[in-house]
Design a protein around this ligand. Structure first.
Ligand SMILES: [Cu+2]
Length: 480
């Protein structure tokens, strides 16, 4: 008659001599909305429990672990191992955060009700009790989870697509103008897409959780305690491992493609100096400050520097390489196959001093015919020494520091200095003539003009012939 209702509600007998324990546990169970748990009585000793057990017929005895006056072992011996076979839980409510139960597991307070629920469910199974409400709510949970999962998944896909399409509109990279740019851009875009997905995955999960799983008004319960999820942990270890290994394979392939050598490449010595570039075509006997390259033909650049470390970088070509000082053994090679004609700029990508930001020279990619025409023109040099001097002035980068029109620069302007008296840093005065100019070009540190620093590279004229130095002096003379 009363048996069915007895089985439905868990009848709990509390064993504690502290009134606060019974009250605390009751309110804990109530706050957990354990409506099917009923506290049927409170006892303060094993003897009392034995007396009450028939009358109250509890399903569970909760023993106050911290009550020194109780004999815990006796409770366990009599009710767990004895013929009664009751469930006994030793529970410590020492602090509000954790409840310590008899099998020594640490449970968060929030887990006590899970634990009780689990217990009641296994009991129901024992008695073949069917509680339809509970089954349905479990199925509800599962379909709820699936719904959240699918919704968040769709949002992640949408945000990823928006990021890729939206940021694809922003020109992050300049036009790709070399064969080497293809594998580099491919990898760049691939990684960009992966990063867009990861960004969406993290931000969507976060925002979705903040909005959908926020605490409802009046809900004071704690969240479910989760120990871990092995499947998830294995997945988030294995998946990135394969992604990174895949990227390593693609990266090696890209590196092989960008460094692939073509047999008949055009050789160019690229020399960086503070703060200009010089280009020598050893097979053609041309020296220039504007790099000219024929389209669709690989250029093999030998990079070096005469002073500090510079870095050769034409963003449209994508590839970049340092130009190091130190002579032959420090020469670095870089291969570029221009894939479209046009005007570009080489800039220095290594902070190299005062005018680093202005260390730009023109790079012109032209058709093979135009290139051949330029070579022919360049090989027949001008007859006028001043004209030639003007050429060496830019070719050897003098223009980086010395103006021709009186504009002050890092070094003295060349305008009007020939034949004048120069005051030197050591206090002496010198006449600017051929001998002085020759000396200043060949050995810049020997005589420093007052008000200027010793910045001119000592070996700047190493590659200049005496004829070229003389051409420059004739240019200076023409600026009187
Ligand atoms: Cu530089």
């Amino acid at each position: 008659m009363a048996s069915s209702s007895q089985k439905k509600a868990k009848r709990v007998l509390i064993a504690s001599s502290h009134a606060l324990f019974a009250r605390g546990l009751s309110s804990l169970l109530q706050s957990r909305q354990q409506k099917d748990v009923e506290v049927v009585g409170v006892v303060s000793s094993v003897e009392q429990a034995i007396l009450q057990i028939e009358k109250l017929s509890p399903d569970l005895i909760v023993v106050d672990y911290d009550d020194e006056s109780l004999n815990r072992d006796e409770f366990l011996a009599r009710f767990v191992e004895g013929e009664k076979r009751l469930r006994v839980v030793l529970l410590s409510l020492h602090d509000g955060e954790q409840a310590l139960v008899y099998d020594r597991r640490m449970l968060a307070a929030a887990q006590v009700d899970d634990w009780l629920e689990e217990w009641s469910r296994s009991r129901q199974d024992e008695y073949s009790m069917v509680q339809p409400e509970q089954r349905i709510s479990k199925n509800d949970n599962r379909s709820d989870n699936m719904r959240h999962f699918i919704t968040a998944g769709i949002l992640v896909a949408v945000v990823t697509a928006l990021l890729i399409v939206g940021l694809g509109q922003v020109r992050l990279l300049p036009v790709a103008a070399s064969a080497q740019a293809q594998p580099i851009d491919f990898l760049f875009n691939l990684q960009f897409q992966i990063i867009a997905f990861l960004f969406a995955l993290i931000v969507v999960s976060m925002v979705y959780s903040i909005i959908v799983f926020r605490r409802k008004p009046g809900d004071t319960s704690d969240a479910r305690h989760i120990e871990g999820n092995t499947n998830l942990e294995v997945a988030w270890t294995i998946v990135p491992l394969f992604v990174v290994m895949g990227l390593a394979v693609l990266g090696s392939d890209g590196l092989a493609k960008t460094t692939r050598a073509e047999p008949r490449a055009l050789e160019v010595n690229v020399i960086g100096q503070q703060w200009s570039w010089r280009f020598e075509y050893p097979e053609l006997g041309i020296v220039t400050d504007v790099m000219r390259l024929p389209v669709n033909k690989q250029a093999l650049l030998h990079l070096s520097s005469i002073d500090v470390i510079h870095s050769f970088w034409v963003p449209e070509f994508r590839v970049k390489q340092d130009a190091l000082p130190g002579g032959e053994e420090f020469v670095r090679d870089l291969r570029v196959t221009p894939s479209m004609t046009g005007n570009f700029k080489v800039r220095c990508a290594e902070l190299c001093g005062l005018r680093h930001a202005y260390m730009e020279n023109d790079v012109i990619v032209m058709s093979q015919e135009e290139f051949d025409a330029w070579v022919a023109e360049e090989q027949g040099l001008a007859a006028d020494p001043v004209e030639r001097g003007r050429k060496w002035y830019t070719t050897y980068g003098c223009n980086a520091c010395h103006s021709l029109d009186g504009t002050p620069g890092v070094g003295p302007s060349w305008q009007g200095i020939y034949g004048a008296q120069h005051k030197l840093a050591d206090g002496t005065t010198v006449l600017v003539d051929d001998a002085y100019l020759y000396q200043s070009i060949r050995n810049p540190a020997s005589q420093i003009v007052e008000g200027y620093n010793n910045l001119m590279p000592a070996n700047i004229a190493e590659k200049m012939t005496d004829q070229q130095v003389d051409d420059i002096i004739r240019l200076i003379e023409s600026l009187k």
